[in-house]
Design a protein around this ligand. Structure first.
Ligand SMILES: [Zn+2]
Length: 527
């Protein structure tokens, strides 16, 4: 299929405030989106995976001032740091928008003008409780004990200004009709129920401009005002793919297939954003998926509370795949998860070092030891014995369903409990180390089976652990039949024919590279 014929899939993550570096909570979201992007590519979609930073905020200009920097060089440097982390974690994003970019400014001005022309924007004086953490006015209903539930430590300020307002209140009925007609629009179900009841209880018009700020996007019909945080930030999803600057590109990618966001910002994505799009006469995104939070030993990850973990600390010690595996396996994407060094070491040792890594190193070691890395005559051997009791076609269908609905932890459990378990059982039953002493031909048959098991594993884990997948798949000469970067999920079921297997390229001085060296938990510092 050529790119033009492929169904397209446009996926976005929330854009981040660059007033501090990414933490494991932000990384959790991006990895979850990356798994989906990688999976969809394997399913034959032409994917556009969009990420970015949310730069037009007061918080950001304050952070720049603190470092005695101008805002623009500051946000550029932060964008560089964010992208460095995202690349280290193997996020396969296609575009990274900075909202200080011209393409975003142009698109935003065009959009707000369209909404203004549609009669949905008016000016009025406003007094309200303002949360500096959210950079948003809070209604009485949203407060818990008189404080913002997301920033209970930040006192609210009474702010009075004359601003432009968006007539959100007039969209409640149309939004409810949309939720009804498109039950998948808000996922998971619990989040959907929250939003439906929020909108049913009535929506208020929202301030969409602020007066007296120089950093930000000026309002085209009133240059004294700048477009305010959410109205500007949400628009990145449209401006990044050409709204207001590249109509052809915009027509190709819009509407988005899914916005992956945190559960604390569903209100903006499921009510304000679709209302804005309706007003401007644009189609609505197909889905908003709200993931849960990651806690650090049970505490909310936050810079100020000292519970933020820099993803680079974990990455530098254990690599991208171990990091990705932990969060996708331990933390249900639609729910909440927990991080601790102890649990990380447990999961890593059991699932990666002892299981996935061990299987690989045993197979390669035996190939090297008994056959010099070349399994001659292997193309004549039927490699299906290892799958006793395992119906791969059924499993692949089930995995496709689970990954497509963001149930990553269940997908990984299945791969480990069914495929890796079958391969390990096969090693136990055949005991190739013992067999090699009496029957080399039979040992070769066992190794061909295990090579096939590793090929299947390499394909199944590709969206989750891309580095390991590449290494496992490339260790045998499977690439000769089908290149790794063109693998489809369904290739699990189609073993390349007529390959003489060899692993020599994956050996260093006759040994496989240790991929997941065990974490020594005894020498870990007491916590
Ligand atoms: Zn807040």
């Amino acid at each position: 299929m050529s790119d033009a014929e492929s169904p397209r899939f446009y996926i976005t993550t929330a854009i981040d405030y660059p007033n501090s570096r990414p933490h494991i909570g932000t990384a959790f979201e991006k990895i979850g989106a990356d798994v989906q992007a990688r999976f969809r590519r394997m399913e034959g979609y032409s994917v556009h995976f969009q990420m970015g930073n949310d730069e037009n905020t007061i918080k950001v200009s304050q952070a720049a001032a603190k470092q005695e920097m101008e805002a623009k060089p500051y946000v550029d440097e932060m964008a560089r740091q964010f992208r460095e982390v995202w690349s280290a974690l193997e996020l396969s994003y296609d575009d990274f928008i900075q909202t200080s970019e011209e393409r975003h400014h142009v698109g935003c001005r065009r959009f707000i003008q369209a909404v203004y022309d549609a009669g949905d924007i008016y000016k009025k004086p406003y007094t309200g409780q303002y949360c500096d953490g959210c950079e948003a006015f809070k209604t009485e209903k949203e407060l818990v004990d008189g404080r913002c539930p997301n920033h209970p430590a930040t006192p609210l300020r009474l702010v009075e200004e004359e601003n432009y307002f968006f007539k959100l209140s007039s969209y409640a009925d149309r939004l409810l009709a949309h939720y009804e007609a498109s039950p998948d629009f808000i996922q998971p179900e619990s989040r959907r129920n929250e939003i439906v009841s929020l909108v049913k209880s009535g929506l208020q018009d929202v301030a969409i401009t602020r007066k007296g700020f120089t950093w930000g996007i000026p309002v085209p019909f009133d240059p004294e005002q700048t477009i305010y945080v959410w109205f500007d930030a949400l628009l990145n999803y449209a401006t990044a793919v050409g709204y207001g600057t590249d109509p052809e590109r915009f027509a190709k990618w819009w509407p988005a297939d899914v916005h992956v966001i945190g559960k604390d910002i569903t209100r903006f994505h499921c009510a304000l954003w679709p209302a804005m799009l309706l007003s401007a006469g644009l189609p609505l995104p197909k889905q908003v998926f709200a993931h849960g939070f990651v806690y650090n030993k049970g505490a909310k990850v936050s810079k100020s509370a000292g519970t933020a973990v820099d993803p680079m600390d974990v990455y530098k010690q254990h690599g991208a795949d171990a990091f990705r595996y932990y969060f996708m396996k331990e933390c249900p994407f639609g729910g909440d998860g927990n991080f601790s060094e102890e649990r990380f070491a447990e999961v890593y040792n059991a699932d990666l070092a002892d299981n996935l890594g061990n299987l690989y190193s045993r197979v390669l070691t035996m190939c090297a030891k008994y056959f010099g890395g070349r399994l001659e005559g292997s193309s004549a051997i039927d490699p299906t014995d290892w799958r006793a009791g395992l119906d791969l076609a059924v499993l692949v269908d089930e995995l496709r369903r689970l990954i497509g609905t963001f149930e990553y932890n269940l997908a990984l459990q299945k791969i480990w409990q069914e495929v890796l378990a079958a391969a390990n059982r096969y090693v136990e039953v055949t005991s190739p180390f013992k067999l090699a002493k009496t029957d080399l031909e039979a040992t070769k048959g066992v190794l061909v089976n295990l090579a096939e098991a590793l090929r299947v594993v390499a394909i199944l884990i590709k969206p989750f652990l891309p580095g390991t997948s590449r290494e496992y798949y490339g260790a045998f000469n499977f690439e000769g039949a089908r290149p790794w970067d063109r693998l489809r999920y369904a290739d699990v079921l189609e073993r390349p024919e007529g390959l003489e297997l060899e692993v020599t390229a994956a050996l260093t001085q006759g040994k496989p590279r240790p991929l997941f060296p065990k974490i020594d938990t005894r020498s870990a510092p007491a916590r």
